[in-house]
Design a protein around this ligand. Structure first.
Ligand code: HEC
Ligand code: HEC
Length: 283
């Protein structure tokens, strides 16, 4: 039924939406759990059940979703992207994945303190940081169509989450669970063997990517200022995200592979070049 809603012609949407809302209301009332909080339902269920808002707001949510899915090819974001990645390459399922770079609930954590920048940043600032580091690109202007649309999409995925500004880090309630680096000694040699067995058929022996997976090192990957360029961060993300259809790495294997992957050359992060002329924060 939700799918019908998404594919319906605009003039049908109103009445279908009313039907859906009434049905959801009745179902919820019957089960005695109307307005279930995100804690009571699984995170991805919340995202799937949330209809797009009506009117212009809904259009902008959908635009943000498209930019997250097609960052490297979409005409609005292409000029700001310097590699072959999309936001969804790391924020799996467009950020609807409950653990691997989840966007669910993220908007409720901002403004937040960023130690990396020694200042309080907004959700838009956080989005723009992924452009210059993870996307190895430049910053679209703060307040322009791209960050506004992506922030609108992330906020839509955060509805129902209790506002809880983060005083420690620019991270939302479902951020990647960090593995304790002090417990593991990463061995890139073991990582190489594991990479060839578990990763190379999608990401290629030379890390340049295939039709089944994007580049993990080299010119078209994230730069050395990106979160994933740090071995513990990559290991923690791999543990919940890769191999894509079979996330069964042990923490030790994740560290070994992360050390091997990040042992290769990748683009250099240069703050002054990347910030873009229009960004006053770059001065
Ligand atoms: C190369 C991988 C990668 C790509 C591509 C990427 N990101 Fe990220 N992003 C990360 C990592 C890693 C984090 C830190 C997440 C964590 O620790 O849970 C992060 C964090 C974030 C956060 C903060 C999440 C939170 O929990 O508060 C936002 C917002 C964000 N990214 C937006 C984007 C957007 C928008 C794009 C596309 C323009 C993008 N990212 C592209 C890897 C990536
Ligand atoms: C079945 C194919 C497949 C396998 C196997 C696989 N990946 Fe991926 N990987 C993907 C896809 C596809 C994406 C992008 C996700 C998307 O667009 O939905 C991705 C994304 C990534 C990313 C973030 C984006 C980038 O390219 O930097 C990294 C890092 C990564 N994979 C590493 C690995 C590692 C390490 C392994 C082995 C443990 C692995 N993958 C196994 C398909 C795969």
């Amino acid at each position: 039924m939700i799918e019908t809603f998404f594919t319906a012609r605009p003039n049908q949407i109103g009445s279908i939406a009313v039907t859906i809302l009434c049905t959801l209301f009745v179902l919820a009332a019957l089960s005695g759990s109307y307005a279930a909080s995100p804690e009571e339902t699984s995170d991805s269920t919340v995202a799937e059940k949330t209809p797009y808002p009506p009117g212009e707001l809904g259009r902008v949510v959908r635009l943000g979703e498209s930019l997250v899915m097609e960052t490297h090819s979409h005409p609005l974001t292409r000029p700001y992207v310097g590699n072959h990645l999309n936001c969804t390459s790391c924020h799996l399922e467009g950020g609807k994945h409950p653990e691997a770079g989840s966007f669910i609930g993220v908007a409720a954590a901002y403004p937040a303190w960023s130690g990396r920048e020694s200042k309080v940043i907004t959700l838009e600032d956080r989005i723009l940081n992924c452009f210059i580091r993870s996307q190895n690109g430049t910053r679209p202007e703060n307040g322009s169509e791209v960050p506004v649309a992506i922030a609108t999409y992330i906020t839509w995925l955060s509805q129902g989450w209790k506002l809880q500004m983060n005083p420690k880090a620019p991270l939302g309630p479902n951020h990647v669970e960090p593995l304790d680096a002090s417990q593991f000694t990463a061995d890139p040699k073991r990582g190489e063997t594991l990479y060839e067995d578990r990763c190379a058929f999608c990401h290629a022996d030379d890390g340049a990517g295939t039709d089944d997976g994007p580049a993990v090192w080299g010119d078209f990957s994230y730069n050395d200022g990106a979160g994933l360029s740090k071995v513990p961060k990559l290991a923690s993300w791999l543990k919940v995200a890769m191999p894509l259809d079979d996330t069964d790495l042990t923490a030790q294997e994740a560290f070994d592979i992360a050390a091997y992957v990040n042992g290769h050359a990748r683009p250099k992060f240069s703050p002054s070049e990347k910030r873009g002329k229009t960004d006053s924060a770059g001065k």
